[in-house]
Design a binder for this molecule. Sequence first.
Ligand SMILES: [Zn+2]
Length: 387
Amino acid sequence: MRRIAAQYLFTGKPPLLRHGMVTLDDAHRVIAVGQWDGTETAHTEFYNGVLAPGFVNAHCHLELSHLKGVIAPQAGMAGFLDAVMRQPAGTAAAGVLQLADEQMRKEGIVAVGDVCNTPASFGVKRESDIYYHSFIEVAGLSEQVTETRKAAAAGLLNDAEVAGLTATVTPHAPYSMNEALFAFAVDAAQRQHILSIHNQESDAENALFLQGEGALQTLFASMGFTTPHPTGLTSVHRILPLLRESTRLLLVHNTVTSEADYEAVQAATRNVSWVLCPNSNRYITGMLPPAGLFFSKGAQVAIGADSLASNTQLSVLEELKTLARHFPQIPLETLLQWATYGGAQALRKERELGLLEAGKQPGLVLIENLDLHRLKLTPDATARTII
Ligand SMILES: [Zn+2]
């Protein structure tokens, strides 16, 4: 049994508890959460920081870890996709992926929603202490690839399951799929009650649907692809009529999501997690997601570090620090909720993860070197795994 206390304890939901303490059994299951009374110091570990349930990285592409520093920043969405597609065939060495996995674990991440187009990450994930949900991604605009992409997804899903991983098929994005593939991937995701899709990552994506033009339209036309017909509506509207309330929907990025888009989604389903990846957005487009909008709406938000192709590290804390710097109105406890309970909700793991509550095994992360007087994340703040 361990009794662990800190200047502040965050249970996964506000408020922060000053001098809070958590008691865990030998299997790291929470027995109790309460107040440290300052006695029994011999049997209590005390930390000068904020203790929280383990972080959840709700959106990642571990298999792209070998592309760190390869794609120039600020290329725009079309430039980024073009650069990724031009990378030589072949996958990352297992050692590169293992290092990325270990760094996530060291920084307090206990669960990851991980997008896969290849089996490259399966071996590392099977051996990892981190819980991974693998999203087997389907994309394709050309009618000619429809059947081969369906078969590839089925094969990859099978490989993941054989490796002992939790995995589901999911669509890539509203703009990158023909009708048949989009319907196939959305249906497959809904049957597993979890659907993760890149959403409104750039203005070019909306322009494709609103006017049938823009940088993505130009890129796809240059490759000979037929793009989705312009609808006069923003890209997120492509998926709304297909949604079922029983499916947990992860909308990832939302960089150019407006209040009207937000309301349209919420009217279509309440079972939605808005996954924000601010450092990746800054890397690709130089923009930030409208985190203030999601905060003011009380939205269910989760945090993603995306991939090392578009980020310098896979760190949930670094994403929170960026949000704290640009959205000072969002309190620390809200940011921490997004990184913990919000992420567990996104991956449908809230019964086990994301909360310090009796019976759960959420892990424990310690955030240090923050401003404990004003309860603000500073550029110097660090995170490390306690459990
Ligand atoms: Zn992504």
